[in-house]
Ligand binder design. Structure first.
Ligand code: SF4
Length: 315
């Protein structure tokens, strides 16, 4: 069966062996984060819709999971915001009733969690990984570039409501970008907001491949350690730095075929990640993971041009 909504499994640094489920079209999202690794948002959206027929996605999941693959998580993620899919709750119920041994994870920016029905729909997930990068509205607008009208205070309230209603694990990601949200003032505001949200773990991340804008840089390890120390002073939950992990040991059993395909393409000509996804019929997130591995292994170079970031094999 050809899968349009499933990708991977990929080896995820946060989730282990993760089967991705993509529920929305490319770059439909309420935010347009400057660091987004799948590039700029083309559809700045807050309206939830059934972008693809529910039965198509269920058919793909059933066909794949019937083969009893070894997975740590089935993860709602992709190249847009998964909670925009209006029938996500029915997909969660389907997996939990027909394949109860599999764990479900949801990667979300949390913007739409002001909707109590959506919060109720995602309660059966085993793990929710929301993001919070800014507390002050001015930083939120510079860094996450929300759809006009969206407020950072509302996002924080959404996450507090989620915590009050959801008994599973919440791992909150904070993406640190130099010159944007690494000032003491913003870090202390973040710390106060995180205390109110009360996630199970805080994960500090930064850029490890080109983001949506070429002026965005990665936070260095001293900055991440400083922020981790400030958080750990008063926050009771663990604070982890997940940026700049080792990619030198990719899982060849999972990635080997895709790595070979990408390598042979890049040897012949430079390509953007989107072109690779379309030519090789692989999901953009799978391409992104492998490009990160290749980058960390020093095998490719990247160059930003008008049509996007082009990757080339180093000769
Ligand atoms: S990083 Fe996530 S929330 Fe931000 S623009 Fe990309 S897909 Fe949307």
């Amino acid at each position: 069966m050809k899968y349009s909504h499933l990708f991977g499994p990929v080896i995820s640094r946060r989730l282990g062996i993760s089967l991705g489920v993509d529920l929305v079209p490319y770059k439909y999202c309420p935010l347009n984060c400057v660091y987004c690794e799948v590039q700029r948002t083309t559809h700045l959206e807050t309206e939830r819709r059934e972008f693809f027929p529910l039965l198509t996605i269920i058919r793909e999941l059933r066909s794949y999971l019937q083969t009893a693959p070894k997975l740590d998580y089935i993860t709602f993620s992709g190249a847009g915001e998964p909670t925009l899919y209006s029938r996500i709750g029915e997909i969660i119920s389907f997996v939990k009733s027909e394949f109860p041994d599999y764990k479900l994870a949801l990667l979300t920016n949390g913007v739409l969690l002001n909707d109590p029905d959506l919060r109720r729909d995602i309660l059966p997930c085993d793990l929710i990984l929301p993001s919070l990068d800014a507390v002050s509205q001015s930083v939120y607008e510079k860094l996450n570039r929300p759809k006009p009208g969206l407020q950072s205070a509302e996002l924080i309230n959404n996450l507090i409501s989620l915590r009050q209603e959801y008994t599973g694990n919440i791992w909150l990601e904070v993406f640190i970008l130099p010159g944007l949200n690494d000032t003491d003032e913003e870090i202390y505001l973040l710390r106060d907001a995180i205390a109110m949200i009360s996630p199970d773990i805080v994960q500090l991340n930064s850029l490890d491949r080109p983001g949506a804008e070429d002026w965005v840089g990665a936070a260095d390890s001293a900055t991440l350690s400083r922020i981790s120390d400030i958080f750990a002073e008063t926050l009771p939950m663990p604070v982890e730095i997940i940026a700049k992990v080792e990619y030198s040991k990719p899982d060849h059993t999972v990635d080997a075929q895709a790595r070979d395909l990408i390598r042979s393409l890049l040897i012949r000509r430079p390509c953007t990640a989107e072109e690779m996804a379309s030519i090789l019929n692989l999901h953009i997130n799978e391409i992104s993971k492998i490009l990160r591995q290749f980058g960390a292994e020093g095998l490719i170079i990247s160059q930003r041009e008008q049509r996007g970031i082009f990757y080339q094999w180093k000769i």
